[in-house]
Design a protein around this ligand. Sequence first.
Ligand SMILES: N[C@@H](CCC(=O)N[C@@H](CS)C(=O)NCC(=O)O)C(=O)O
Length: 225
Amino acid sequence: MATQPRFELYSFWRTSATYRVRVALNMKSVLAEEHNINIDAGEQRSEAFLKINPMGAIPALIDRESGQPTTPMTQSLAILEFIEETYPSPPLLPRDAHGRARVRSLAAMLAGDTHPFVTPRVKKYLTSVGKFDDAAWRAWQIHWFGTGLSALEERLTHEAETGTFCHGDTPTMADICLASIIAVMRVFKIELANIPTVDRIMASCEQLDAFAKADPTRQVGAPKA
Ligand SMILES: N[C@@H](CCC(=O)N[C@@H](CS)C(=O)NCC(=O)O)C(=O)O
């Protein structure tokens, strides 16, 4: 008998925040049925989707297993924590409280302090109200990706806990967030110089199936190469 995936994931091929959830689900070998929300067509602001997430942003994750309608889960970091609590193995957070604080802090630098500046809604505002042209938007993207990743590089280079991955030698939520930013920079053909530790850790992430399978270019709806 075919088993239905436990989760429904509202997603779009190239989004950074959905990538994080995809990697975490892949790492725990958990299946989700994906529903495409075409951000280029503005579907995140449709009446139907705003009922799921009034913020008009993906991802949103629905848990079918509870047996009764549950509020859709939103915010990728909250979803990662839910996945971690529900499927503890392999762990995406260190065992010690200091380690967990460090991983959550690195993750927040990316998902909380970097990604929001480069979202489609910010682009929409800057290119309409702010009259940004393509060059100004690109300069904006490079500035904010660069600000976040330079600060991350500084920490990863100088903090003793950095290993093969952001924290030690196994991937954590921090690596998921790091890779989510680099993956979307690649979609926009943005490359930054002078972040060798970030680049080294991204290369380690890419060796893992869970990350490789979540790559934007491998998702339904991605443009053919
Ligand atoms: N903080 C949220 C950010 C969600 C978010 O901004 N998602 C983007 C895609 S990566 C989105 O749906 N944007 C729609 C828009 O900006 O209009 C999270 O981590 O889930």
